[in-house]
Design a protein around this ligand. Structure first.
Ligand code: HEC
Length: 116
């Protein structure tokens, strides 16, 4: 059934936009709910493979919320009574607000002479 919905209305699944959230509160929630301990403080991925990097290719909202509520593998599940919908939207807003890192070539300190 879900497959047919997907075929007929891809926008329902992929185009669904995230509810509004606050990046500032999301940052606090990302720390409070321990997301950072596996995914790194800016979603760069955890040490020794604790959790995959979440950025720069952030999951679309629907996939993101599904993964957080009902993880597909080893990640602990965050149910609604533990992590509210607004907190989840805030976390998403925070991850969206993280700026991508500059390319190595654009970091002057890493631009050693003759190594360009
Ligand atoms: C105990 C470690 C741990 C914690 C805490 C954790 N995660 Fe994860 N996360 C994982 C692992 C491992 C995966 C890989 C897929 C799986 O196991 O379900 C994952 C996958 C993901 C993915 C999909 C990314 C991908 O490429 O697979 C998202 C999005 C995500 N986590 C968000 C969150 C959020 C938001 C929180 C906090 C509310 C959080 N995680 C807390 C371990 C963790």
């Amino acid at each position: 059934m879900r497959f047919f919905i997907l075929l007929l209305f891809p926008a329902v699944v992929f185009g669904q936009d995230a509810p509004a959230g606050s990046p500032e509160r999301g940052h606090q929630a990302f720390l409070k709910y321990q997301c950072y301990s596996c995914h790194g403080t800016v979603g760069q991925g955890g040490e020794r493979g604790a959790g995959p990097r979440l950025l720069p290719n952030l999951f679309p909202w629907v996939a993101f919320s599904m993964q957080t509520r009902t993880p597909r593998q080893d990640m602990p599940a965050y149910r609604k009574d533990h992590l509210g919908d607004q907190d989840l939207a805030d976390i998403y807003a925070y991850l969206r607000s993280v700026k991508p890192s500059p390319a190595v070539a654009n970091i002057p300190q890493l631009n050693f002479e003759g190594r360009r």
